[in-house]
Structures are given as C-alpha cells and as structure tokens.
Unconditional design. Structure first.
Length: 83
C-alpha cells in the first residue's frame, strides 16, 4: 500500500505545514506531494509569499512599550494545559 496525500489532504494541512507544526511523517508526505503536484506547489508557494509579506509588514509596525510585558503577564496567568 502506498501512503500518499491527495490534494485535499495536503490543503487541509497547509497552515500547519507553513508553520512547521506537522509530525515528521506528515511533513514528508506533504513535501512528496508538492514534488509531484505542480498545482499544489503553486498554491503553497503563493500562500507562503502572502504569509511572509504579512509577517514582514507586522515587524515594521511600532509596538507599544508595555505590550510585551502585558502579554507575558497574561501568559503567566493562563492555566497550564491539562495534557
């Protein structure tokens, strides 16, 4: 039995793939699919360029001086995940 992703399966994992949040096997299957499917490769390339452009613009926005401290305080108040 060949274990491959279809276009639909690959697209369901698009965000996690771009964020590198997949297990090694899923990552391998996506990369294998992208090597075989020009249509998906084009879509993934486009999505990556949009995300990189957005991240670049967000990095140029000024951050309020106390924002990082507020975020860290809120994270410290958050309950740990019960896993």
């Amino acid at each position: 039995m060949v274990n491959r992703f279809t276009c639909e399966e690959a697209f369901r994992r698009l965000d996690d793939y771009l964020d590198r949040e997949l297990a090694a096997e899923e990552l391998r299957l996506i990369e294998e699919h992208l090597g075989d499917c020009a249509s998906c490769l084009q879509e993934f390339t486009y999505e990556r360029s949009v995300l990189e452009g957005l991240k670049g613009k967000l990095r140029r926005l000024p951050m309020p001086e106390d924002l990082l401290a507020r975020i860290q305080r809120k994270l410290g108040e958050a309950e740990p995940d019960p896993e």
